[in-house]
Design a protein around this ligand. Structure first.
Ligand SMILES: Cc1cc2nc3c(=O)[nH]c(=O)nc-3n(C[C@H](O)[C@H](O)[C@H](O)COP(=O)(O)OP(=O)(O)OC[C@H]3O[C@@H](n4cnc5c(N)ncnc54)[C@H](O)[C@@H]3O)c2cc1C
Length: 304
């Protein structure tokens, strides 16, 4: 069977688009497939990206696509990759719209899915007043009344960042606190209230959080809430797992320095391949995976 493209890139977010740029610059052929479910869809500002701090996330993706226009070996498919199977020296991929193509290599850049707590208001406030990361959304709410929702060592790991941002901080474990005595002492000493009651609702106006209501009937005014993820992460597709790619304890694909997974010919980058979840770092890992694949393709070409 003849290859349609050298590389299939599953996901046209920061990781996939940056991988495409590296491939395009080395004149490799690639098909970037994207089904419009970007991680930062709920946000109207993309922060912490040099030269584009504060840009709308969709505008950022548009600019990268514009950069890619001059590389005519890079093509786009607006739809889903449904399955990928090993076939001879390459991979057969089934796409939506009943399309089937044959590729030499695969890049998994489909990101992760955020789990929304099934509490009224949570989904509505996600990315607006409920945040996952203070680098993405922190400066804007500095000096305000904040909440940190999480538990265990991960909560303590995030504490210094959120404590420094807040004028007043509450820590919410949403059930029994899994904290050591010295960790509870620390909260006490720093006058951080620990709340083990379950959240039952959010009071908000438009996109702005006003207060959090707990099972015991208590309502506490807050301006924003940081919600820590629960592990393992859910990825946006199971294609990597179906191909046999190994994952780590957090749910990310195990990769080498240049994004190589445990399966030959399959690379992974961006949020689905490490825990450093930011546009800049996803783009960087996409660039590395692109470079890894370019090297493999060109070595195969030279030495075949
Ligand atoms: C609310 C929110 C706000 C954020 N704000 C910031 C910020 O301000 N600054 C910052 O640096 N980071 C921010 N982040 C983090 C940032 O969005 C991610 O780290 C980054 O988008 C990861 O890029 P990615 O390419 O790995 O994945 P994504 O951006 O999630 O892109 C993956 C793409 O793959 C596509 N896809 C998935 N499965 C398939 C399939 N089977 N077929 C075809 N396509 C598929 C999806 O449609 C999606 O477009 C934010 C995150 C959230 C949740």
């Amino acid at each position: 069977m003849k290859f349609d493209y050298e590389v299939l890139i599953i996901g046209g977010g920061p990781a996939g688009l940056s991988a495409a740029l590296a491939l395009g610059r080395m004149s490799r052929t690639a098909l970037v497939c994207d089904d419009s479910r970007p991680r930062n869809a709920a946000s109207s500002h993309l922060n912490n990206f040099p030269t584009r701090d504060g840009i709308h996330p969709a505008e950022w993706r548009k600019l990268v696509r514009k950069d890619l226009e001059k590389y005519n070996t890079i093509n786009f498919f607006e739809g889903s990759v449904l399955s990928v199977e090993k076939s001879g020296p390459g991979f057969v991929a089934k796409l939506s719209l009943d399309k089937t193509f044959y590729f030499k290599k695969i890049i998994l850049a489909y990101g992760v899915e955020d789990k929304h707590l099934p509490i009224p208001g949570y989904k509505e406030l996600w990315g607006k007043s409920i945040f996952h990361c203070p680098y993405c959304h922190g400066f804007e709410v500095r000096g305000s009344r904040l909440g940190l929702l999480g538990n265990g060592d991960m909560l303590i790991y995030m504490l210094p960042l959120i404590y420094d941002l807040a004028s007043d901080l509450i820590v919410i474990t949403n059930g029994k606190a899994e904290l050591k005595e010295e960790q509870k002492d620390l909260l006490n000493r720093k006058k951080i209230r620990l709340i083990e009651e379950k959240i039952i609702g959010f009071i908000y106006e438009g996109e702005k959080l006003k207060a959090i209501t707990f099972e015991n009937g208590v309502t506490i005014e807050r301006d924003a809430l940081y919600a820590l993820p629960s592990f393992p992460y859910k990825l946006k597709s199971k294609i990597g797992e179906e191909l046999g790619c190994e994952k780590d304890q957090f749910g990310f694909y195990k990769v080498g320095e240049r994004g190589k997974t445990s399966i030959d010919g399959v690379y992974a980058c961006g949020d689905n391949a490490n825990g450093a979840h930011s546009v800049l770092l996803a783009a960087a890992s996409g660039g590395m995976a692109g470079a890894g694949i370019v090297h493999e393709l060109l070595s195969e070409k030279l030495f075949e």
